[in-house]
Structures are given as structure tokens and as C-alpha cells.
Design a protein around this ligand. Structure first.
Ligand SMILES: N[C@H](CCC[C@H](N)C(=O)O)C(=O)O
Length: 276
């Protein structure tokens, strides 16, 4: 069986994009694991499929992580889907409405070629994350085998926790990230951000992604970090986020408003994946 795909990335967070409207796709964990394999498949952090849109949306997108788990949001991937749709049909409007499990997203192509995505309002209620806690808080103390750690937690349509560190370069991303990803208080697992606050308008961030491990960038992770730090009044409404793969600009005016994430989307190649 052969499947046409497009390889794309958002500042190094890479994706296989498949148009499931024009070809039959067996949307499954097995497909994601096979195509995401960097030796036996194409290789990617996430598999993203494009489906027919309804109620005015140009399309619907769905996300599977490298390990086959379903994700409700993918910020870098959403920008790539918007760029893919505009390349596929230049007559599509700007901005573009794209639906996902996290709701309706609005993507606007900016004059500088970046894409600004309105990805919804951060959700701090524990039940929405989901995170086991009695009520929302700006800080939580998480018990570990050898002590405890201060975290923030929020959903951007997918679950995120944040650890503030003095230096991202020294952060124990691989070990602590893996531990927190599967902490029992996150019943659906969690993406783990490590943030170094440079100023009220700039942070550095590394992310251990649920279902992948550390990635070069995480759009929903950058959004989650700014939301948590904004809730703590540690940063202003607009923050530059520097990740290992590149830079994103995040703006959030506060409760009751959607969060905006601006960044690039890059085509790498188009191909055909032959698999049994
Ligand atoms: N690993 C994430 C999905 C991809 C998020 C990331 N690639 C982004 O750009 O937001 C999860 O399981 O929720």
C-alpha cells in the first residue's frame, strides 16, 4: 500500500502530514508508530492527518504522537497544516478556520511569512487538564520518590506541566521529563516544559513531549509556559520564547481571551510511503 505525504516542520518539531480526504488512511497507533520510525519509516515527532472540514472550517486535523498516542493539540503542527492547506488551494481565505479535538483554531498568514494561530484559551481547571488536584493553583507541589517539586499545570487542548529552572542548559530534561510525563497525578500523561525566565518579555524553554521525548520545539508547550508564567504575573502579555529549534512569539491578554502563537512553518519534501 502506498500513501502520499508531506514532510514539514515547525522550528525543528517535525511532522508527516497526510491528506486523508484524497486517500484511504487507516488512522491508528500502528500507522503512526510505523511512519514515525526514523529508521524503518519516514520519521517524525507527530503524524498529522487532514480531514474534511464542517461548519465553515477549511479542514479538520488530527494528531498522533510518535508512540501512537492521540494528542488533542499540536501548535507547531497546526501552523504546518495551515501552510499545507494554502499551498494545496491558494484560493482559501486568510485567516483560515481549522478544527481539531481542542476546538476551532484560526490561522493567519502574516506579512513576514510566519503564521499566527489562535489556539484557544488556556484551561487551568484540574479536571480540564486533566490533573489530580482539588482546585486550580498557580503552583502545585508534586511528590516524587526522593522529594517533591514545584510545578504549574495547564491545558492548551493537551496537558502540560511546567518546571521553572535557573538554566535550561542544565535542566534534567531527559530524566525528570520522563518521570513527570508519567506521574500518576496526570491520568493521561503530560508534556513537560522546563522554562528559564530571562525577563518579563523573554523565556528559554525545553520540552519533553508526551509520547515522543524531548523535541526541538513544542508550540503548545511554549503557549502553556507563557500561560502559567502569566498567571503567576512573572511575564507580560507578549513573550518571546526561545526553544532549541527556534523562536516563537506568544501573546495572551489573560482570562477570557484566546492565546496567540506566531511562528514559521516549513515544507521539507513530498513523498510516497510504501508499506505492507
Ligand atoms: N506531544 C503532544 C502533541 C504535540 C505537541 C507539540 N508538537 C506542539 O507543537 O504543540 C501531546 O501529546 O499532547
Amino acid at each position: 500500500m502506498s500513501i502520499r505525504f508531506t514532510k514539514m516542520h515547525g522550528i525543528g518539531n517535525d511532522f508527516v502530514i497526510i491528506d486523508a480526504r484524497s486517500q484511504p488512511v487507516d488512522w491508528s497507533a500502528e500507522l503512526a508508530e510505523q511512519i514515525a520510525d526514523r529508521h524503518f519509516g519516514v520519521g517524525c515527532d507527530q503524524l498529522i492527518t487532514i480531514h474534511a472540514g464542517t461548519d465553515g472550517a477549511a479542514a479538520r486535523y488530527r494528531i498522533l504522537n510518535q508512540d501512537g498516542s492521540v494528542a488533542g493539540q499540536c501548535g507547531n503542527g497546526l501552523r504546518c497544516v495551515a501552510a499545507w492547506l494554502w499551498r494545496d488551494n491558494p484560493a482559501l481565505p486568510n485567516p483560515l478556520l481549522i478544527d481539531g479535538d481542542a476546538g476551532r483554531m484560526v490561522c493567519e498568514r502574516l506579512a513576514d511569512g510566519r503564521i499566527r494561530a489562535a489556539i484557544g484559551e488556556p484551561m487551568f481547571a484540574p479536571a480540564q487538564i486533566p490533573f489530580m488536584a482539588d482546585e486550580p493553583a498557580a503552583h502545585y507541589l508534586l511528590e516524587l520518590a526522593d522529594g517533591s517539586i514545584d510545578i504549574g499545570a495547564v491545558s492548551m487542548g493537551n496537558p502540560h506541566c511546567l518546571v521553572v529552572v535557573p538554566s535550561v542548559d542544565q535542566a534534567p530534561v531527559a530524566t525528570l521529563g520522563a518521570l513527570l510525563e508519567r506521574h500518576p497525578r496526570f491520568p493521561d500523561r503530560v508534556n513537560v516544559g522546563f522554562a528559564e525566565v530571562v525577563s518579563r518579555a523573554a523565556i528559554r524553554l525545553r520540552v519533553f513531549e508526551r509520547g515522543v521525548g524531548e523535541t526541538l520545539a513544542c508550540g503548545s508547550g511554549a503557549s502553556a509556559a507563557v500561560a502559567i508564567l502569566r498567571q503567576r504575573d512573572v511575564v507580560d502579555a507578549t513573550v518571546g520564547v526561545d526553544l532549541p529549534g527556534g523562536h516563537l512569539d506568544i501573546s495572551w491578554a489573560g482570562p477570557g481571551s484566546t492565546l496567540l502563537m506566531s511562528g514559521p512553518a516549513q515544507f521539507v519534501f513530498d513523498g510516497i510511503w510504501n508499506h505492507d
